[in-house]
Design a protein around this ligand. Sequence first.
Ligand code: ADP
Ligand code: MG
Length: 351
Amino acid sequence: PVIKDPPKIHRLDESVISRIAAGEVIQRPVSAVKELVENSLDANSTSINVVVKDGGLKLIQVSDDGHGIRYEDLPILCERHTTSKLSRFEDLQSIKSMGFRGEALASMTYVGHVTVTTITKAQLHGYRVSYRDGVMEHEPKACAAVKGTQIMIENLFYNMTARRKTLQNSADDYSKIVDLLSRFAVHYKNVGFSCRKHGAARADVHTVASSSRLDAIRSVYGASVAQNLMTIEASDSDPSSSVFCMEGFISNSNYFAKKITVLLFINDRLVECSALKRAIEIVYAATLPKASKPFIYMSIVLPPEHVDVNIHPTKREVSLLNQEVIIEKIQLAVELQLRNSNEMRTFQDQV
Ligand code: ADP
Ligand code: MG
């Protein structure tokens, strides 16, 4: 065989690097919506409204009534690694905000057309400016604006043909967005959310700020879900095993569904934890075989230094100190609650 010369190694263009990285942070329209809604939550908004066209490929628009963005910051807003939330690496240990990498908005400008409209408390009028590949396309233009920020992404993945094609063929991105907003609306009960298709009169998620989590669940998932929930709690304060507290709702034996639903928030972050999900499924299958696809909402709070929020590019997963112990304690609490409610039922059936 002929041995060829090795191919030459060269440095990639900055713009190519950025677009590759952006495709990882913004995997599909729903990832963009998640980043935008998290920014709105980080900005202390009390009302967040989402409009989507063509599953998010034509348009994603997120409007909030948060603190807005300073005029002086607009030039670097969409550069990579610009953030108001993190300064030192050590701050990651105690970070309360959902963002910290300063990568989301930048990523969106590399894979779509981003327009920002924002006003702060100190300003009499707002500003609007569009971005491409991390930079402003023109000077910010003065415009009328109500409180807060509106971010619009048009033509997502216009420059990623393969991604656009696969997404165009899948009809379910809008439902993923609705599902995402539903979860946020339940946990952030003090924030009103709405999500609608562009041009639609009716919103598919619509909540008002409420003091009751059960009310939030009712308005998102319906009365039939809310009426079949029981409260659940678990905690541990022994530093030698684990330190956490959990509260939430789990469905009872009258709740039937084809699929398990798990709404999980760890230190107010929407995350997934397949090990916890599996542990809960096992308990339900053993205790309530006829209602073994439960609805679960859990909010787990633990010391920030026990959570590593930086293990996943989309922050979908976090890693917890003493995860096995925590899961075991939660599993036990669920089991006890299910057994108790089962006994109550049997008892009631007898009288
Ligand atoms: P990160 O959230 O990691 O800081 P982003 O790229 O998501 O990075 O956002 C960059 C910065 O833009 C944020 O740190 C914040 O200061 C500002 N920002 C983004 N969205 C909003 C918003 N809806 N309201 C106020 N400020 C925002
Ligand atoms: Mg962010």
